[in-house]
Design a protein around this ligand. Structure first.
Ligand code: B1M
Length: 210
């Protein structure tokens, strides 16, 4: 088993200590931070996803995997190089109302920070009015929303409506992402862009602030 495979297995087992040890060991052996994320940590979550869907794994076990993955991200995050280009741009990011998923959001936040954005992470289960308050307080150039459930996708529409009603729609660009989304949905709800993954989000955000 390669070190990346061992790391993926440790995430799947929800073994925090092994994830920390293997992530550190990969860093010391010279692996690139994004390789550790893409070839190890996220591969572990890819093993979890179908087992959760098929009922072979249950919520407490999945949460242990998520926590273990988070321990690995904590080690990798400071190692991602910071580009200065977007350093004055602020990005408000949250998972929409009713939705508690945050692994993808946290990954997006991490990559945006590595791209020099000042990211205000307003968390999970964020109500439309909280997004509005965050825009008033932090005056971001871009707002990002995450949804992982088909039932919470429409909370993105509610949030965009609330931003529009508050007279703030022309002050911010809005990006959306999350596994059940697709480009036509983003267009339909009036977002400025759909991000298939964290890398796409970082690239689209960087283009928006040029
Ligand atoms: Co949930 N869950 N879950 N879950 N969960 C899914 C999403 C599901 C597809 C599993 C399944 O049944 N197949 C399913 C949704 C079905 C649907 O709606 N169609 C589901 C369900 C049903 C549920 C519950 C309802 C289960 C229950 O209670 N019966 C419940 C809902 C809770 C709630 O939110 N109210 C629930 C709970 C949970 C846990 C708490 C156990 C845990 C979350 C832990 C956590 O986040 N801290 C969990 C998990 C881990 C998953 C799966 C297995 C993995 C999600 C994940 O983290 N993927 C997931 C199955 C799956 O997705 N295949 C599932 C890894 C992550 C890196 O990918 O989030 O897609 P992702 O992010 C990507 C891109 O989408 C993009 O970039 C990221 C990285 O490249 N991206 C963005 C994401 N957000 C972005 C925002 C942006 C831009 C890009 O902003 C601009």
């Amino acid at each position: 088993m390669s070190n990346f495979e061992e790391l993926a297995e440790a995430v799947y087992q929800g073994d925090d200590e092994a994830v920390i040890m293997l992530t550190k060991s990969l860093v010391e052996s010279g692996a690139k931070p994004m390789e550790i994320v893409s070839n190890g940590l996220l591969v572990g979550m890819d093993i979890v996803a179908p087992k959760f869907k098929s009922g072979e794994m249950f919520i407490p076990e999945v949460m242990m995997c998520a926590r273990a993955l988070g321990e690995g991200l904590k080690i990798v995050k400071p190692l991602l190089s910071t580009e200065d280009s977007a350093s004055v741009s602020t990005f408000v990011m949250g998972t929409v109302k009713g939705d508690l998923h945050d692994i993808g959001k946290n990954l997006v936040v991490m990559l945006l920070e590595s791209g020099g954005f000042n990211v205000i992470d307003i968390g999970i289960d964020v109500a439309p009015e909280t997004f509005v308050e965050a825009i008033k307080e932090h005056k971001p150039q871009i707002v990002g929303m995450c949804a992982l459930l088909t039932t919470t996708m429409m909370a993105m529409q509610d949030t965009i409506d609330a931003i529009t009603e508050a007279g703030l729609r022309d002050k911010v660009k809005i990006l959306v992402g999350g596994a059940p989304l697709y480009p036509e949905f983003a267009e339909k709800i009036g977002a400025d862009g759909y991000c298939v993954d964290a890398v796409a989000c970082k690239e689209m955000a960087a283009q928006m602030v040029v």
